[in-house]
Design a binder for this molecule. Sequence first.
Ligand code: ADP
Length: 496
Amino acid sequence: MFSAADLPRPALLTAIVASAMDAIVALDAEQRIVLFNPAAEAMFRCSAAEALGQPLARFLPGRFREAHRRHVEAFAVTGATTRSMGHLRPLSALRADGDEFPIEATISQVVVDGRPYFAAIVRDITVRQAAEAAASARDRLQEVLDDLPSGVLILLAPDRRVEFANAAMAELVSGAPTPALSLAYGRDFAFLRADGAPLPPEADPGARALRGERVANLQVLLERAGRAPIPVAAHAAPLREGPGATARAIVVVQDVTRLREAEQLKDDFLALISHEFRTPLTAIHGGARLLAGAAAGLDATTRAELLADVVAESERLDRLLGNLLTLTDVVAGRLRASTEPVLVGPLARRVADEVGSRGPSHTFVVDASAGLPPVEADPDLLEEVLRNLYENAVKYAPAGSTVRTTTVRDGEGIAIRVTDEGIGIAPEHVGAVFERFRRVGGDPTVRGMGLGLYLSRSLVEAQGGQIAASSPGPGRGATFTVTLPVAAGWTEAEEP
Ligand code: ADP
């Protein structure tokens, strides 16, 4: 039968105190150290022989001493039995060599032979605190990385195992926001040369960074399992966590698809404007040379025709340049409309006359219903829109056909419809005609930059209106409808 009375009490307690992993320090009523176990010796870097009899304050940083003294006084010594002073909030202690370190301690009061003592059990939490700090820094870093719009990979040497991939990287690879995706280099993704050829292993950005190299702005393709590759810019750097070989590397991957598209657009656009400017310039140059060189030998009719060509082509150049200037305003967000009440009928007639007079091949009919109120518009911008629509009608409808403009009340606004009898637009292309540099299904010999309708839409929207295209189908004509609000404050009673 076990009996507690059989235990070798003093010997057992001494052995426990001596072998405890926590420092155990006992103090007498005067706060002098009366017990200092081996763990305390190791923690405070002070032998028991040196510590015994010393005031506890010696092992407290100066700024805590006063608070500690008050704390002990408040914990009035009574003749009572053992009671706990509870856990002390995390605080600091001082090693014998002056090194301060974070501790956690519990203190209790004991009374032995009528004399009060304090017993403190102290734990050095340097390692734990550092680990916690590192963990919370890691969590914060992970949050920051997950919020980054670029893909981030942390790779481990030697075989580029993915230790961490942020949400953007997972999305780049999988096409969906999947934060907790574990990715494998070579299985889920890899980098290819910009031309689609495999990247030699020594050129791979991850491998280069793990070899200690820094890689900036490497233009490659990101190959993804089961999905089309995308152009990316890769940046990579070794992560040095101490002396010696690189164990980790970071790779940042930026999707540059839009950038590539924009570059392509710019290249196409440059080719297009060079071509668009060259054609009228060639005509002007040729006409002018003929007129200058052989003026005497040309009959009056030929001279007049050449001159008319030169004038028409220089006007064309002027309009091209005007469109480009408007484009720069639109792109820079500088387009401002200053609106006022505008009567559509007279304005449309003036623009139709101007466009029609350039080549009297088309009949312009402006059918503005009488009694309609004016629209709230910027007359210059509206004029430019109508000019674009009429020029298109001339370009895309055959000679001899009619271009009709009608205006009708449409809810709160007025709809201006320009209808031609030309090549029309296929249903699948109707939505695309307002895109920048977009030319759909038309005759490639018809000159154009795919800019007029894009600009027209910007100009209409700047005036608070809308523009839409419709067509019964190829070969059956097209209608462009501009809707603008009725002039501010205009009521039906006031209509002219
Ligand atoms: P551009 O005429 O210089 O090509 P636009 O932006 O004015 O550029 O027009 C874009 C495209 O829309 C044209 O290339 C043409 O395919 C189509 N389109 C424009 N107007 C008409 C029209 N009246 N009839 C048929 N197609 C048209």
